[in-house]
Design a protein. Structure first.
Length: 270
């Protein structure tokens, strides 16, 4: 049985968890270790089941709690060397991942086998030291993670086509951002080639590149608190998918759900 829970998803922190046959794989930990422990306790999830941490990139909202968890439970941390190096230099992280727990995994390396999970990484454009998307295979399922997206690439198109379950950024509503209090420079950064991706762009991408024979679930992640709303993200993406012939929300159709920013989802069996 494969299970999934989103602990949090947004600029205040990001963290996802996959559990298969007692092997727990954590993807990012961008909240405090104390808050993370409380969430795990509330759901009856034992920390001892976590066997490895997979990191997308070095921004604090994705790695804030990684060092403490790695230290306390002697957990290996897997990400690219550029991300490891930047985490060590990040002055917002008072503690660092011990050298013995740093495990560089580069794009183009042979697939990484962590317990039941076979993993490969791909590049995601963003204004970080490096940003990795992940294709995670377990039995017949394929979970793909791509977040903090400046723009889409052919490699990302291929990964989306492989997915049975896809976690993908849908950061902002274009009109909300245009009329927000954000100064022009920050708006340009968000819209830029190494910034974030809009609801409309995510909808078009999904409509064009999902494989209808494979895809079962799409989770919209990293929604902006100031420039998006879950209902707006869902409506925009759903409209694009319906125009492409998908039936999101209907029995037997594709499931699409925006992930909450600061509260965990239910533990789901995939």
């Amino acid at each position: 049985m494969l299970q999934f829970i989103s602990i949090c998803s947004g600029s205040s922190g990001n963290c996802y968890y996959l559990l298969k046959d007692g092997y727990g794989l954590l993807i990012d930990l961008g909240i405090s270790f104390r808050k993370f422990k409380q969430h795990f306790s509330n759901y009856g999830l034992p920390l001892a089941q976590i066997q490895a941490i997979l990191v997308t990139h070095d921004h604090t909202d994705h790695v804030k709690g990684v060092p403490q968890l790695s230290i306390d439970f002697r957990l290996p941390v897997y990400t690219s060397k550029l991300v490891h190096t930047s985490m060590m230099r990040n002055h917002y992280l008072s503690k660092k991942v011990p050298a013995a727990q740093q495990n560089p995994y580069e794009r183009g390396d042979a697939p990484l086998q962590l317990g039941p999970f076979e993993i490969r990484s791909f590049a995601v454009p963003h204004d970080s030291a490096d940003n990795n998307g992940y294709v995670i295979r377990v039995e017949e399922k394929c979970i793909v993670v791509m977040t903090d997206i400046g723009h889409f690439t052919p490699e990302m198109e291929q990964a989306a086509g492989e997915a049975t379950h896809l976690i993908i950024e849908s950061n902002y509503d274009e009109e909300m951002l245009a009329h927000s209090s954000y100064p022009p420079r920050l708006q340009r950064r968000i819209r830029g080639e190494r910034g974030h991706i809009s609801n409309a762009e995510t909808g078009r991408f999904l409509a064009q590149h999902l494989n209808p024979e494979r895809i079962r679930q799409v989770w919209l992640c990293h929604l902006s608190a100031e420039n998006n709303q879950p209902a707006k993200a869902l409506a925009t993406v759903t409209e694009a998918l319906e125009e492409a012939g998908y039936a999101p929300g209907l029995p037997g159709g594709l499931k699409v759900d925006p992930l909450p920013r600061q509260t965990p989802t239910l533990l789901q069996t995939l």
